[in-house]
Design a protein around this ligand. Structure first.
Ligand code: SF4
Length: 170
């Protein structure tokens, strides 16, 4: 289980996450192969569409322009599958970036909490712990087997390069 860096109240009072400007945004949540399988038969998880590149297909936002994750409850701003949310959502606002064939742990600079805390000792400590976790052999194996998680995100800050060798990146 990945502990959240951003406090719950900060997330609930911010209405940026789980919302997307277009229907094939790089920011749409990507699923691990095993999540695609488990989502299909897990009780309590509403059926949603998964795209060919293993992303949750968003729905049009009826209140304003753009798109929403179908699991977002816009009334209370909570994830309806929070306990079973995808690995990528657990990791957020940290992201796995692929840049120049290097696999980097990065953090989203669009997140207001990150912008306010990126220089803090807490951020440094959390980032080091998270990098150590992602560098465990079983986590690196997960990244290697799920190349859909390695994306080219913009507006992120590099935290550290992860230990996935270039010749193991698909
Ligand atoms: S699954 Fe939950 S946390 Fe992830 S994008 Fe959708 S609403 Fe947000």
């Amino acid at each position: 289980m990945i502990k959240q860096f951003v406090p719950q109240e900060a997330c609930l009072n911010c209405r940026r996450c789980c919302r997307f400007s277009d229907s094939n945004s790089v920011w749409l949540p990507c699923l691990l192969n095993e999540e695609i399988e488990s989502f299909a038969d897990k009780p309590g998880i509403p059926a949603v569409s998964i795209s060919a590149d293993k992303r949750i297909v968003p729905v049009a936002n009826s209140a304003q322009d753009g798109f929403l994750c179908p699991f977002l409850n816009t009334g209370d701003n909570k994830c309806r599958i929070y306990e079973a949310r995808p690995f990528e959502c657990r990791l957020y606002p940290f992201l796995i970036n692929l840049r120049d064939r290097k696999v980097l742990l990065t953090v989203d600079l669009n997140c207001p909490y990150i912008r306010g805390n990126i220089q803090s000792a807490d951020f440094k400590r959390y980032s080091q712990d998270l990098a150590a976790f992602l560098n465990l052999p079983e986590q690196l194996k997960t990244l290697k087997e799920n190349p859909q998680l390695l994306q080219a995100y913009e507006e992120v800050a590099e935290v550290v390069e992860l230990g996935l060798p270039q010749d193991e990146i698909k």
